[in-house]
Every structure is written in C-alpha cells, then in structure tokens.
Design a protein. Structure first.
Length: 90
C-alpha cells in the first residue's frame, strides 16, 4: 500500500516516459500478487491469505483504471488514448 501511495503522488505528470514507468510497475505488482495467489492456492494455505491477495488485486485494478480515467480527462485525451493503445501492444 505504501507503493500505491508513492505512485499516487507521482501521477501529476506530463511526461509519457514516467507514465510508462508507473504503468509497468503497476502491471508488475498485479503479476506479483497473482503469482502469490497461485502459490498460496497450490500450497493450500489458510483461506485468509487467499482472501487478502484477492482484495489486493482488486485494489490494484480499481486504482489503475481510476488513474487511466483521470489522465483521460486531461485536454490531450486523443494523444493519451493513442498512447494507451500503443502500450497494449507491448
């Protein structure tokens, strides 16, 4: 959660390169939580761990899409939309 708060502070950004870094960090975090969830499931750990990881993944997704929505509301909407489309092909 500390990482999420650090990312939130950095989002007052006009530089696309920094946005890419934040999104890549974000994708990495989701992959990390998903991998942890799978390991916990395979090891048949206590259900509370699995519930916690599911909650963290949900928080990540909600935060990510909120930030995309926030950035889309800028004046350069068209340019940002094309940037996001290009990012999906990476």
């Amino acid at each position: 959660m500390l990482l999420l708060s650090k990312i939130a502070h950095r989002y007052v950004i006009r530089n696309y390169r920094l946005i890419v870094i934040e999104i890549v960090k974000f994708k990495g975090m989701i992959i990390y939580y998903y991998a942890f969830f799978v390991i916990a499931y395979l090891a048949k750990k206590a259900k509370k761990y699995i519930k916690y990881i599911k909650k963290q993944i949900l928080i990540c997704y909600v935060y990510f899409f909120y930030k995309i929505y926030e950035l889309n509301s800028f004046k350069n909407t068209c340019r940002f939309n094309t940037f996001i489309k290009k990012f999906h092909y990476l």
